[in-house]
Design a protein around this ligand. Structure first.
Ligand SMILES: *Cc1c(COP(=O)(O)O)cnc(C)c1O
Length: 362
């Protein structure tokens, strides 16, 4: 039998028993009650994004987070458009791969994974490339744990009239994002990150004015966000089979998030977890990869300790004692990662630190 453990990963993550219990019921998809659940979820997500339903809409999309990102890129850009993608990690790079596979005109601005993208350099790029119509970036780069500052780029998009696309997969719900104020046109996140649902769909907060203009641009049938929105907006019925169990669990996760105190409470808990983690690991002698001001309250990267260290061995030791941790994702550098989101509390971080301490003392 598998021993149970909690996930210290960036998603899927540890969920509550009450969220999981919702999945014991097989709901009918064309049933009125089920369609209303979808509508309630769409409304609640707009609230969390601080936008009004006159200006924005929520589109739910089957599949994991990447399906959501690809649905936006492949639905929004026409052959006359060009997207500038800012990448300082694997998820930014993945957007480039998606744009290329979909034969979208794309320019890449790559910057070091442990630094904020340089606004001055991006400004210069825009001057040199007047063909750029869209700008896409990642908010919380889960590759390292870097929290990219959206504000300067939001201002730049407004100034240059660019459509602003933000992959806020691992931050939405855990870090406050003023979507309307920032003028974000498309924000993408998924069910299994900071809202603490289970994996199965992603969601897009879309500015209606931009979404309407994108009609007819989709390069695929099933990931067409305009068609998905048109169908879903009638009465909450999804265009194709929806992940019913995941939807039920997600509504419960949203309720539990409200009970906890919404985004501010969740941010505070994650932040506390992160501060504890960084302090405790520093005491053990593990080197934290990012500087403090760049560190998100989501996931942190640590360098391998000196000497004869095997990640798999440490992973096994920690798993035996109730926690699953995460390998690193950096090129040319040996690192591992610890996520602090999900149903994880300061007690868990303290326990983990004790386990790690014990492991390194051995
Ligand atoms: C999790 C995540 C994604 C989506 O990954 P999936 O494996 O498709 O769920 C995209 N971008 C970021 C920044 C993420 O953290």
């Amino acid at each position: 039998m598998n021993k149970e453990y909690k996930l210290l990963t960036p998603g899927p993550l540890t969920t509550t028993k009450t969220v999981k219990e919702q999945m014991l019921f097989d709901h009918c998809t064309w049933d009125e009650e089920y369609k209303q659940i979808t509508q309630r979820i769409r409304k609640k997500l707009l609230k969390l994004a601080h936008v009004k339903d006159l200006d924005y809409t929520t589109i739910l999309m089957q599949g994991s987070g990447s399906f959501g990102v690809e649905s936006v890129l492949s639905s929004v850009l026409s052959d006359e458009n060009t997207v500038l993608i800012l990448a300082n990690g694997a998820y930014g790079e993945r957007m480039v791969e998606m744009a290329q596979a979909n034969k979208i005109n794309v320019l890449l601005y790559e910057s070091p994974v442990n630094e904020q993208p340089d606004i001055k350099e991006v400004e210069l790029l825009l001057k040199d490339h007047p063909e750029i119509t869209h700008l896409a970036m990642v908010h919380s780069e889960t590759t390292t744990g870097m929290l990219n500052n959206l504000e300067p780029f939001a201002t730049l998009c407004k100034k240059n009239n660019l459509v602003f696309i933000v992959d806020a997969m691992s931050s939405f719900g855990g870090v406050n994002i003023e979507v309307d104020k920032l003028g974000i046109d498309y924000l993408i996140s998924s069910a299994n990150k900071c809202i603490q649902g289970v994996p199965g769909f992603s969601f897009i907060i879309a500015k209606l004015e931009s979404l309407k203009k994108s009609q007819g641009n989709a390069r695929t049938v099933s990931l067409d966000i305009h068609k998905q929105w048109e169908a879903m907006d009638i009465d909450g019925k999804w265009r194709f089979t929806s992940p019913t169990h995941v939807v039920l669990a997600f509504e419960q996760a949203l309720k539990e998030m409200e009970q906890e105190g919404g985004i501010p409470a969740r941010y505070a808990r994650y932040k506390k977890n992160m501060n504890l983690l960084v302090q405790a690991f520093d005491k053990i002698g593990l080197k934290h990869y990012l500087s403090e001001e760049n560190q998100s309250p989501i996931i942190a990267t640590f360098e391998y300790p000196e000497g004869d260290f095997k990640f798999e061995e440490m992973y096994g030791f920690v798993k035996e004692r109730g926690y699953a941790i995460y390998p690193g994702k950096l090129m040319g550098m040996n690192t591992f990662r610890i996520g602090v989101i999900g149903e994880i509390y300061p007690e868990d971080i303290e326990k983990l630190s004790e386990i790690m301490q014990e492991y390194f003392e051995k």
